[in-house]
Design a protein around this ligand. Structure first.
Ligand code: B12
Ligand code: SF4
Ligand code: SF4
Length: 227
């Protein structure tokens, strides 16, 4: 991870979850979960809606996640364990693997962050200005402590900023269903109807751009490059 510049990652114990299964019907007891940060300057620029720079950054980070996941999975396989890389943005069955799994579940179980009112993983280091990677394995790993509550406090900035009125404002606890946090159909429809020119309506991210945890990351970066 460090060789590849990944500084926020952990291992998740998924023995209590139903994970994707290999051709022999075996699930995966563990996963490595990590984040690739997006450029804070670019995410800060989409408070009023996405743009081409964000669409390009989304594609770049997805490519990076998929490339690193495949390399990590093959390193694990070289050590004679099973491993399977979850694609960054895909939900379809792949190779001989059946079923899909939310990246966010692996990430909260690894202790990387919580699900914010914006329905995205929020981390203390980068806020929600990240995309997630997950590699499932049966290699025994020392796992992180799961995050089991929200640290959004009274903040509702993302809820107020969403142009599709897709966020309910509910504070996350493990097991709260997505529908109780996000109207995915309204979010999807808004993106397709208003931002189709950016990655065929897969981009919006206003609810991430307004998050104070992300904006703090931008200030920290500005502070570290000042002078
Ligand atoms: C499909 C999809 C969408 C679609 C859904 C459409 C539909 N009709 O289903 C829509 C259009 C809504 C969408 C929008 C966006 N998406 Co999207 N999307 C996905 C994708 C491919 C699958 C998500 C999914 O359906 N999961 C199933 C549902 C049930 O789970 P979930 O909501 O993802 O996560 C839940 C569980 O993790 C659970 N959970 C968490 N911890 C725990 C612990 C326990 C014990 C339990 C029981 C449960 C639990 O809580 C979560 C919330 O309900 C994922 C990639 C992936 N495979 O995860 C990316 C992903 C979720 N998207 C992502 C992003 C960034 C976006 C957008 C910002 C778009 C953009 N790039 O501009 C918006 C944000 C919308 C929002 N406010 O959340 C990122 C989120 C990054 C982050 N910081 O969390 C992901 C993870 C991709 C990635 N590799 O990083 N997306
Ligand atoms: S991605 Fe855009 S439309 Fe979807 S919930 Fe966030 S702000 Fe609303
Ligand atoms: S904007 Fe506020 S409520 Fe929304 S995810 Fe960030 S901290 Fe949580």
């Amino acid at each position: 991870m460090l060789e590849n510049g990944i500084d926020l990652w952990g291992a998740a114990d998924l023995r209590a979850f139903s994970t994707p299964q290999d051709a022999e019907g075996r699930g995966f007891p563990f996963a490595l979960a990590w984040v690739v940060p997006m450029s804070p300057q670019i995410v800060a620029g989409i408070e009023k809606g996405p743009n081409q720079a964000y669409a390009d950054e989304y594609a770049r980070v997805n490519r990076r996640i998929n490339e690193l996941s495949e390399r990590l999975a093959s390193e694990i396989r070289n050590r004679d364990y099973r491993a399977w890389a979850l694609a960054a943005s895909d939900r379809t069955d792949k190779e001989n693997i059946k079923g899909d799994f939310p990246h966010k579940t692996a990430a909260t179980q690894a202790g990387l962050g919580w699900v914010g009112r914006n329905c995205q993983l929020v981390t203390r280091t980068y806020g929600p200005w990240i995309r997630l990677g997950t590699v499932f394995t049966d290699m025994e790993l020392t796992c992180g402590t799961p995050v089991e509550r929200s640290y959004c406090g009274d903040c509702v900035r993302c809820v107020e900023a969403c142009p599709a009125v897709a966020l309910t404002g509910e504070a996350w606890v493990p097991g709260l269903s997505r529908e109780e946090i996000l109207d995915a159909t309204a979010c999807d429809r808004w993106k397709k109807e208003h931002y189709f020119e950016y990655h065929q309506g897969h981009n919006c991210g206003i609810c991430a751009a307004v998050c104070p945890y992300g904006q703090r990351a931008l200030k920290r970066q500005a502070g570290s490059t000042a002078g």
